[in-house]
Design a protein around this ligand. Structure first.
Ligand code: CU
Length: 139
């Protein structure tokens, strides 16, 4: 019979190995403010946001950007993030952690849908707050 301390150690090793394996999908919290979903991908009327690596931008601007970075959408409207970066993954994560996209490779998309009007700053879990924007939700 294994002692609890041995089982605990095995758990830590498994967690450490998992964290070494690289980014994993966002846990997809279905919060009261917003939710991540792939059920409405490419829906007509969606607000489209590209995740880009644009080295042509001026030096004082980080090259990895959301286009646009100031997003306006209505309650219930799909905000669709699509990666256009062949080199690195991106996410769009609310600063509050209320919801966020999966880690997206080039040409992959994920949707966020909001239930509550407001202004929601967001950023990329891979690139930190140098890759950031704001989603404004109106009625
Ligand atoms: Cu990024």
């Amino acid at each position: 019979m294994r002692r609890p301390t041995q089982i605990l150690c095995l758990g830590f090793i498994a967690a450490a190995l998992a964290s070494c394996a690289g980014p994993t999908p966002h846990p997809t919290p279905g919060g009261s403010i917003c939710a991540e979903s792939r059920d409405r991908l490419n829906e007509p009327g969606a607000v489209i946001v590209q995740m880009e690596n644009n080295p042509a931008l001026p030096e004082f601007i980080a090259s990895r950007v959301y286009a646009p970075r100031e997003i306006v959408a209505k309650v219930g409207q799909v905000v669709q993030f699509t990666s256009a970066d062949p080199d690195e993954q991106h996410t769009a994560e609310l600063n509050s952690g209320a919801c966020g996209t999966d880690y997206l490779h080039d040409h992959e998309s994920d949707d966020l849908v909001f239930k509550v009007p407001g202004t929601y700053p967001f950023y990329c879990l891979v690139h930190g707050t140098t890759m950031a924007g704001t989603i404004t939700i109106v009625r």
